[in-house]
Each structure stands twice: as C-alpha cells, then as structure tokens.
Write a protein that binds this ligand. Structure first.
Ligand code: MRU
Length: 352
C-alpha cells in the first residue's frame, strides 16, 4: 500500500525481533500513527480494541503475538497460554484461530531452544503468503470486472476488506486496485459501515491514498442506488465461510446481498481459503457472532473545529451491537479466492 507515496504493510517485525510495528487503525482517517507491540498483552489489546482488524490481519498479528511471547518464555506453558488468550481475543473471524493453531501445532513439536526463531519465521511466512494470496484474488477478480461492458463501472463495498484488513492489497478491494491500474474507469460506493465506520474511516481513506474515485454513502443508501441502476456489482470480504458457501461478514452485508439479488446485481465475496471453516456447514452457525460494546453505537469519534481528535455521545438509550451477520449462499453469485472463482456451494472443493 502507498501512504503519502511511501510503501507500507499493516504490520512488520522490528529489527532484533524486539516486537512488531503496526499501523494503528483507531486513529484513521484523522492521523496516520504507527504503534509498537512488544508484549503478548499489547498484541492481544491491539486485536481486541481493533487497532488491527480485518480477518487476515488479526490472524497474522496473532502469529506475531506468539513469536513475541516466546521471545520472553519458550516453555510449553507459555505457548499454551499464548494460544488461548489470542484465540479468545476476537471470536468470529476464523483466520485468527486458523493462524494460531497452525503456528502452535508446528512449534509444540520443536525443542524449546529453536522455538523463537521458528515462531518469527512462521509469522513472517504467513504475512508474505497473505500478500501473494491477495494479489491472486485481485487477478481473478479483475477477470470478473473485465466482463462488465460499460465505460464506467460502479461497485459497492461494505466495511473494509482492503489493504488495512490484510497485510497488503486487501481481498475485496484487491480487484478494484487491479482494475484501476489496468486503466478501467471504476468508482466505488463506500458504505460508511456503522457503528465503527470502517467504510468511511478506512476504505475511503485507502481508496483516497490510491486516487481511486469513491463516494461515501450511508449504510441505507445501497438499495436506492441499486434500484436506479447505479451499482454494477457488490464485493465484500468474509470473516468465516462455510464449506458450502454461506458467508459471515460485517453486520449489514446480508441486507446488501438481499437487495442485490432483488435487482439481479452480482454479489461477490473475496476471501482467502484460510477463511473457510471446515467445521461450518449449512445456514446455522455454531461459532460466536461477536457482540461489541454498546458505546460503539452511542459514541462517535471525530475531529473538532480546532483539529483535535475527540469523541462525543450521540445517544442515551441502551444499544445492541452484533458485529457480523450471515449471508446465505443463495444470495452470493461467486466467491473469489486465491485458487480461482467458485460457485459458493463449491468453495469447499477449493481446499482439496
Ligand atoms: O470488525 P472488523 O473491522 O474486523 O470486520 C472486518 C470485516 O468484516 C471484513 O469484511 C472481513 O474481516 C474481511 S477482511 C479482508
């Protein structure tokens, strides 16, 4: 990703393996701030408070969290404790437990003396693989975009499944970056994505850094735009995908899929295969849909007229804040992953 013309990833290891540096997403789009994570507790806090967020990025952050914790203590007890606290830090995106379990399973077989270097290697490898996977998703998604024969293409996206949700390139936004680089005239409708405004704060910010034409809309505007023929396709990311193609993603995704189906607009999901949960089948989920604090609905962050970052109260009743919903496969046109473009019901086959 390019920020003010400089290349960044969302997370990277510090020299001397003293920890990692992240882009602290809680300050965007107001301030671009980096933050050091030097202890396991700091890594857990960064995931919980969404300084880093997005399914692939929290998985890789957790892998670095294990490496950081082993740097202090290489024992089995330390490894088991790190695994537990990291998996519990956010419940819905399967990429988190996928990454932690992968690293844990390899490290527990290693003698203590080689665990630290192996843990850093594994975390770095997951980060590098994420970049390649997202480039591949971008190339496959570009093929779908090239199939739309219009002089200007309007796409609608929800939440943030871009650079900031991954190590680089993004999932749902990766085809959009490729299309723009390819000279396609593309414009993005960005759902603000209440309550945390990942669309307005993060997606719009990163599209702006890349000079991609975009417009922020309220979460309720998509239906009207689809009715008027102003949306050519919808593309979103995923936090967990069932082997038969049901998709759990940011709250509000389902409503967009319903509207897209009614208006015969393609609804695409872009996700790495690490988002497919082998134990998840059918429309009923057994995993937790994260319910976050009501303050995220009742308070809002912004810049005051003196350019001070501030938070204000915007409501006083009690509030209910489920963070994800599930879109049944029948509303999804295609799932784009690193291996290709699949009918939702066939996504499990991509794992073989
Ligand atoms: O709560 P968040 O901001 O972590 O939710 C993020 C999303 O829902 C994304 O769409 C999803 O993780 C896919 S990211 C490539």
């Amino acid at each position: 990703m390019l920020v003010e013309g400089n290349h960044y990833r969302t997370i990277w290891p510090n020299k001397g393996l003293s920890g990692v540096t992240i882009i602290d997403q809680t300050f965007l789009p107001f301030e671009f701030k980096l933050r050091q994570l030097s202890t396991l507790d700091e890594a857990v806090e960064a995931i919980k408070s969404m300084r880093v967020r997005g399914a692939p990025l929290i998985g890789v952050t957790a892998a670095y969290g294990i490496a950081i914790s082993l740097t202090e203590n290489q024992s089995d007890e330390s490894l088991i404790a790190a695994k537990k606290i990291l998996i519990e830090s956010r419940p819905t995106a399967v990429n988190l437990s996928w990454a932690v379990n992968l690293v844990y399973d390899k490290l527990k077989k290693e003698p203590e003396v080689s665990r630290v270097s192996m843990a850093w290697k594994l975390a770095n490898r997951l980060a590098d693989e994420d970049v390649k996977i997202n480039q591949s998703i971008g190339n496959f998604g570009l093929k779908l975009i090239k199939g739309i024969k219009k002089s200007r293409i309007n796409v609608l996206t929800h939440c943030n499944a871009g650079w900031l949700a991954t190590i680089d390139h993004g999932t749902a936004l990766s085809p959009i970056y490729k299309a723009f680089e390819d000279g396609i005239d593309i414009h993005v409708w960005v759902d603000e994505t209440r309550p945390r405004n990942q669309g307005m704060n993060l997606t719009a910010w990163e599209l702006g850094q890349a000079n991609i034409p975009h417009t922020i809309i309220t979460d309720n505007a998509g239906g009207l735009l689809m009715q008027r023929g102003e949306v050519d396709f919808v593309i979103v990311g995923a936090d967990r995908v069932s082997v038969d193609g049901n998709v759990c993603n940011k709250i509000g995704t389902y409503l967009k899929a319903l509207a897209a189906k009614t208006h015969k607009i393609p609804f695409y999901v872009a996700a790495p295969l690490s988002s497919v949960d082998l134990s998840y089948h059918g429309e009923n989920n057994l995993f937790d849909i994260e319910c976050r604090d009501e303050s995220e609905i009742l308070r809002v962050k912004g810049m005051d007229s003196l350019n001070n970052l501030t938070e204000v109260q915007i409501g006083y009743s009690s509030a209910y804040n489920p963070a994800f919903d599930i879109t049944p496969s029948k509303y999804i046109s295609k799932i784009i992953c690193e291996k290709g473009i699949y009918n939702p019901g066939d996504i499990g086959k991509a794992l073989k």
